[in-house]
Design a binder for this molecule. Structure first.
Ligand SMILES: Nc1ncnc2c1ncn2[C@@H]1O[C@H](COP(=O)(O)OP(=O)(O)OP(=O)(O)O)[C@@H](O)[C@H]1O
Length: 296
């Protein structure tokens, strides 16, 4: 059974069509990314999956059940984009309360609150109120809240937006470490971050699911992303293009090139060329960056 299944899912806000006939079937596994420009419909799709709003037409199910149904209690959790904590209650009080609402006893609820706070590295802050926490720490508490009861599916809407690199790194580590037992669907504008975390990337544009990209597809094997320290672009492109088994060489940014080839271990021939010419390279990565895959 699919983890998430959408059939012709459509949402209109008055005359505005925010989601247009989205068809989607996702299985449990590695984190899944949801990307798209501002206004593409990402939050609308999340809100439909959480059962916060109802579709205008079409159908959506999670584990075969409609969003918000009793059968999903404890199985599905979410971090909404604008999640906020109660400023008057300590972190411990709030998280214990949410655990009790999921059916934990008073004592177990406190243990569960400490467990999830430990996952986000904030046990020492458990007796503080949200007003004493930084924005990044508050976001980490909200993610801890989403992990109460070890749900099988967690929807994170822009979990690292506005966070400093250290806080963002804590969240990335957390997602990685919990991915064995929990499938995360993450909406974000940070393609570099998603590239590190996710296996599958869904691209929404203007309310339509226009692409579904796998980070590990076999075609990736035929691309290299080369970054040179310094180079004469025309000479470099001509030299690499002249090598056998090279299909195309395309300059992307100042010193970055995408090389398409049809030979395993072509890297050795490239390194030989660099050595003969005395050229310095910064990095040579297998595959193309997510940005390239989505927008080239
Ligand atoms: N409550 C609402 N009433 C009317 N229009 C809305 C409402 N919520 C969203 N929209 C519109 O629906 C479209 C999709 O919005 P949505 O917030 O889902 O996009 P998004 O991809 O999450 O954008 P962002 O990346 O900026 O967060 C936008 O055109 C938006 O203006």
């Amino acid at each position: 059974m699919s983890l998430i299944h959408c059939h012709n899912l459509t949402k209109n806000y008055a005359s505005k069509r925010a989601l247009n006939q989205v068809n989607l079937s996702l299985e449990a596994g590695q984190p899944i990314a949801l990307v798209g420009p501002n206004g593409a419909g990402k939050t609308t799709l999340f809100s439909l999956l959480c059962g916060y709003i109802q579709p205008s037409s079409g159908k959506v199910t999670l584990f075969g059940h409609p969003p918000g149904s009793q059968a999903l209690l404890g199985k599905v959790a979410s971090l909404p984009q604008d999640a906020s904590l109660d400023p008057n209650l300590t972190i411990m009080t709030q998280l214990s309360l949410f655990a009790r609402l999921q059916g934990f006893s008073n004592q177990d609820a406190e243990q569960e609150a400490l467990r999830v706070l430990d996952l986000v590295g904030l046990v020492d802050n458990c007796n503080q109120k949200p007003t004493a926490l930084s924005h990044g720490m508050g976001k980490r508490v909200s993610i801890a809240q989403a992990l109460i009861g070890s749900p099988e599916l967690v929807l994170l809407d822009e979990p690292t937006a506005g966070l400093d690199p250290a806080n963002a790194k804590v969240i990335r580590h957390l997602v990685k470490s919990q991915s064995k037992n929990t499938t995360f669907v993450i909406s974000s504008h940070n393609l570099d971050e998603l590239e590190k975390l996710c296996d599958q990337v869904l691209y929404l544009d203007n309310g339509q699911l226009s692409q579904s990209v796998s980070m590990n597809d076999s075609q990736q094997q035929n691309y290299l992303t080369l970054t040179m320290s310094q180079c004469e672009v025309e000479v470099l492109v001509a030299s690499i293009s002249a090598m056998s088994d090279i299909i195309t060489v395309e300059q992307k940014q100042d010193n970055e090139f995408i090389i398409q080839h049809d030979k395993a271990n072509i890297e050795i021939a490239l390194f030989t060329l660099f050595s003969e010419q005395g050229w310095q390279y910064k990095s040579l990565l297998k595959g193309r960056r997510l940005e390239e895959k989505l927008f080239s």
